[in-house]
Design a protein around this ligand. Structure first.
Ligand SMILES: Cc1ncc(COP(=O)(O)O)c(C=O)c1O
Length: 305
């Protein structure tokens, strides 16, 4: 314990690591000669779910009991996970939320959960939010939020420590698959996963944002975390469904059907796009017969169905 009562070791939270790896039988993939495994990172911890555990754990350790300040949109999984970590570990947390228009309104369920977990919410206008990594803007934000001593975690949680933390995901998959596939937001999870997979395997990322900027960002993350490129990885940019948080009836019915077939909860903003992309690729013949694919289940629907 630190002087302020914070818990020092995340082991106290009893993560389920390595996370389970489950093969599912899905005739649509089987017809294409492909085996599909689900890497159940959603089962690592009930509140620090999926890649949130892998990214946050090393940062929470580095925070060493200091308040943790981070950033996110109104429905951010990352903000919720950080707030939950704060409650569980006895750490003060501050969430800088995009959109000052939200300040005067009732909190949506995601932000309400953050607040209930003790996170102090600080709403900022969108143009300031966009500039949050500029040193003077960040310094002013920390001052306004009364958090000058805070340990700062970037939006989406993808810093060097997070990327290194995600390397363990690749290491856990060594020897179990030919292709490891993951949905990408900032790309930090893929950057670490690809580094951990080892030779003879490749990582495939499905970006959920539109824009085609991610290749550059992932290269930069790998450079910062590992000193240069690591692993064999690529992105397929066709499955964002119009951009972040955009879905639509086709994706919704695919996800609901997947849940019915396999009794696995399918998070809609990331995981549904990944699974949809994998099925499309399999049907296009993108994977040689006999390929074993591990799809990383990085999250769980919120609120729970
Ligand atoms: C459920 C889920 N899956 C995947 C990702 C993408 O992770 P990354 O930002 O590391 O690409 C996120 C965002 O952090 C997420 O919340």
């Amino acid at each position: 314990m630190f002087d302020n009562g914070a818990v020092t070791s995340l082991d106290a939270l009893q993560p389920r690591l390595p996370s389970p790896l489950e093969e599912i039988v899905d005739e649509r993939f089987a017809r294409c000669g492909v085996r599909l495994l689900l890497k159940r990172d959603d089962l690592i911890h009930p509140e620090l779910i999926g890649n949130k555990w892998r990214k946050l754990a090393p940062n929470l350790t580095a925070a060493a009991g200091r308040p943790v300040l981070t950033f996110g949109g109104a429905y951010s999984n990352h903000l919720r996970a950080t707030a939950a970590a704060g409650r569980l570990l006895g750490l003060e947390t501050v969430g800088v939320v995009r959109g000052d228009e939200l300040a005067g309104r009732p909190l949506n369920p995601s932000l309400a959960r953050c607040a209930a977990d003790g996170m102090r919410l600080h709403f900022v206008d969108r143009s300031t939010y966009r500039r949050k990594t500029e040193p003077d803007v960040l310094a002013a934000l920390l001052r306004e939020a009364g958090a000058e001593e805070a340990y700062v975690v970037p939006e989406g949680g993808s810093n060097i420590r997070a990327v290194r933390g995600c390397r363990a995901l690749g290491e856990e998959l060594r020897g179990h698959c030919d292709v490891a596939a993951v949905a990408c937001g900032t790309g930090g999870t893929l950057a670490g996963l690809a580094a951990g997979l080892g030779p003879g395997r490749r990582a495939l990322g499905v970006p959920v944002l539109k824009g085609g900027f991610l290749t550059r960002e992932i290269r930069a993350l790998q450079h910062a975390a590992f000193g240069g490129p690591r692993g064999d990885w690529s992105l397929d940019d066709r499955f964002h469904f119009g951009g972040y948080a955009r879905t639509g009836p086709e994706l919704e019915s695919f996800a609901a059907d997947f849940e019915d077939r396999h009794a696995v909860p399918v998070e809609r903003l990331y995981v549904a796009k990944l699974l949809y992309g994998l099925l499309t690729l399999a049907e296009e013949g993108a994977f040689a017969r006999g390929t074993v694919i591990a799809a990383v289940i990085t999250g769980r629907p919120f609120p729970a169905p």
